[in-house]
Design a protein around this ligand. Sequence first.
Ligand code: FSO
Ligand code: SF4
Length: 542
Amino acid sequence: MFCYQCQETAGCTGCTQSGVCGKKPDVAAMQDLLVYVTKGISAVAVQLRAEGKEVAPAVNHLVTLNLFTTITNANFDKEAIVTRIHATLEVKQELLSQVEHADGLPEAARWTASEPMFAAKAAQVGVLSTGDEDIRSLRELITYGLKGLSAYSKHANALLQEDTEVDAFLQRALAATLDDALTTEDLVELALETGKYGVSGMALLDKANTGAYGNPEITKVNIGVGTRPGILVSGHDLRDLEMLLEQTQGTGVDVYTHSEMLPAHYYPAFKQYPNFVGNYGNAWWKQKEEFETFNGPILMTTNCIVPPKDSYKERLYTTGAAGYPGCKHIAGGVGTEKDFSALIAHAKRCAPPAEIERGEITGGFAHAQVLALADQIVSAVQSGAIKKFVVMAGCDGRAKSRDYYTEFAKALPRDAVILTAGCAKYKYNKLDLGDIGGIPRVLDAGQCNDSYSLAVIAMKLKEVFGLADINELPIIYNIAWYEQKAVIVLLALLYLGVKNIHLGPTLPAFLSPNVAKVLVENFGIAGIGSVEDDLELFFGKA
Ligand code: FSO
Ligand code: SF4
């Protein structure tokens, strides 16, 4: 196997024996093949559109769900991945029969085989099948960005929102990664275009979430526990959470959020559920301890799954793109009502969660809420009470080096405000960093896709201050990444013209030296240093 798609890749170069995430070589191989056949069906869909034919939404959903399935920590279930390969080959055959001019199609578009051939083919189509390291680097950068975009599209689709232009682009870009005629320049351009559609994809999800559940508002979220048994929901899918909340009414079972599901508490629509108790635990990587003490069933609506301990494995359920062998999967696609009765019955047999923390954390600073406070924020900037905003969005992870972000947050000058989104927040959202004239020093916009909110806020501030360039704002970008959704967020920020983004704790292994050079020279992308050096870099000598 060879996989280098996430920040925790072995030795910062690539996982070759087994994934640091727990992905085994046979699962990695089937993921490689799933990506390959998804590129193939995308090429067929591109050809159909070129011939003026319609591509059904079901095909778009199949492509995005396939890519989402291969995101780090989403699906470890080989059988589930093989089933998706079969389904893709079947739909592809059907689409191929509608193509009039099939001559120019790439091999991936035409390839089909029975299951005994899958392993051999997978060995030929992985990441290393592209020989040139710069082309490989750009193809993977684009593919990982598209995986992130697929995840966001899938969540929007679950709320019955579609953007067929985003889907058409996604398939065109995927197909382009098969095209040997494209140069590094072409692929750099395509990577930026991926960022453009990343903005559209995040905007679509923002519209879907706020349209269905209202605009996030300032909210204090309980981090303690109640006395009744509970179900813990992790991942990012708000529609799954809504169905679970509906089905648990009157059952005596409470619902808690874990990790990236925390921002659900900020939406007005979810506040009406009396059994929606609070947020339990911390970022995804602490789940081994926290799922143990939670005592009740856990629903993973997306990544990030850590291979479960036997002690709680039978309490772990997956749905959507998520999967783990031996864990029960709750079925249901776009527009269907999922049946969570098994989890509810399971919860009733369990003890209530053990308390691991108590108190409250504050969040809900997505664009509408921040813009409602715009006057207060603008005058704090004009009076000098706020000197800088520091975007510390992205992901948390296991690496010890990520303590940097806690120390950096603690050491920031008192007149700096942190803007955050994604699970990166858990590195500092329980520190008492105080406020500036009533404005908290950590403003949490929501999930990683709500980085869109941070971009909307930056655009608005640029307008209010009458600036010509977004980079003239007093905003520093110090972003932590882990998996492929962070890649689409990064490409989206680059597309919006944001320069000098610092990315840590390490730069992606999939950036070849030449591709990294392009990003450094054109966008000022940099890594992180020590807390002291970076503070001096951003704020000058104390
Ligand atoms: Fe985190 Fe995991 Fe949102 Fe990711 S929980 S790491 S970038 O899935 O999606 O921030
Ligand atoms: Fe390794 Fe990350 Fe790939 Fe898992 S997803 S195999 S940890 S590079």
